[in-house]
Design a protein around this ligand. Sequence first.
Ligand code: PLP
Length: 486
Amino acid sequence: MTTVASTVRRGRTARRDRVLYQRLADELVGLIETRVLRPGDRLPSVRTYSRQKRVSLATVLRTYQLLEDRGYLDVRPQSGHYVSSTGGQLAPSPSVPRPSFAKEEVRVADLAWDLLARVNDKALAPFGLATAAPEHYPARRLSRILARVSRESGVASVIYGPPAGHEALLHQLARRSLAAGLTLRPEELLVTNGCTEAIHLALRALTRAGDVLLVESPSYYAFLETAESLGLRVVEVPTDPETGVSLEHLEAAARRTRPRAFLTNPTFHNPLGFSVPDDRKREQLALLARHGVAVVEDDIYGDLYFGDARPAPLKAFDETGDVILCSSFSKTVAPGFRVGWLAAGRHAERIRKLKLASSIHTNTLAQLTLAEYLSGGGAEHHLRRLRQAFRAQVADYSVAVARLFPEGTRVSRPQGGHLLWIELARGKDTMELSRRALARRVGIVPGRVFSTGDTYGHCFRLNCGFPLRGGREEALETLAALAREL
Ligand SMILES: Cc1ncc(COP(=O)(O)O)c(C=O)c1O
């Protein structure tokens, strides 16, 4: 019989096993990096190692698999596991001496939940969640349209709607895609409950439990959570803070780990803020196509550029139909409406079926309201002002961080969006910083949750979606003082 106690026990055992294989992986990496184990050396068989370490066969298998995914080991069929000739060139980040896999259990979902639960708490400095100040959203205009649409559509807004989305919104999305350098027809699009559902559907269409998923390192924490919830094996690819994922490492990871898909946020990346230049976007796609790797592209920040023009998404260079573009209005118009969309290329049929199983369709009133809003000229004006505001805010926060934070602090140079990535001196623990900051009513997101390893324990993400005034400068001073005390 399943009791609460047995469920809790099982949860604890699963967590212990996870920590165990990460520790074993770290131990072996230590031996490889100090050249106790050299390229070409054979590791003990799974059975022998499990006996030596008094752990289960499954734990050893997971350890070896993790090291294989990260490029430390090669498997030779019927022969065993060997230290690879590159001996771990796939380190997640160039600025980190060596990747570490063991980490204290970080409950990402709990952390995000706590921050979201306090999203309306005016006493909490909003440097955590990636959201903007309420005055940045066109709330009054939207509520007027919503009231009118509700009145005029009558019963249509309370009965079920078409699963792919309402025609009026699909039409607006197709029209707007032109400005992003895409030509998408309404029937190629599907409306979702935010970008989050779009990514879920895309990953479910492309992968099965046990498949390898490539991601940038660092990566938006919900990508990692989603991958885990689908039973995928995440492989992080080292990523340049200015130009995006390293092509060399992407190629090596594609060759070595036979991934099913690459989940990427190439335009105004969360948390680094870079936008991959066009020629590299083309190269990435060509490389992935050569290896038969599909792409899930999150383009949610694409409209928030600081430069002269909106960068084209990867999807604009897609020649195979293997790029699934996902986005939403959450960063630009109304996160609370929960309206997003996707363009699934050749995976459209499968995704339609999954959408039915996932949520049938997306809220009608929200869709009709957005369609009406987008059809007027006000939306472009709003977006222009939003871009100016975010650009100024990011500049204000960058200057303040440089002034207030301890020497040795590094800060990203985002090309769009409203997030900064802060790197403190190595050894500083931003998990601890976030705990102390929360106690002082300041929210941040610690670096650890942006990786499956322990690579970013000294980094954190700072949201600049709110102007740096009204007590927020003092809150930033408090944060800087806490960082100095760490
Ligand atoms: C990169 C990225 N993708 C997706 C989301 C969530 O999107 P939505 O609210 O549309 O589900 C966020 C929110 O922070 C994000 O930063």
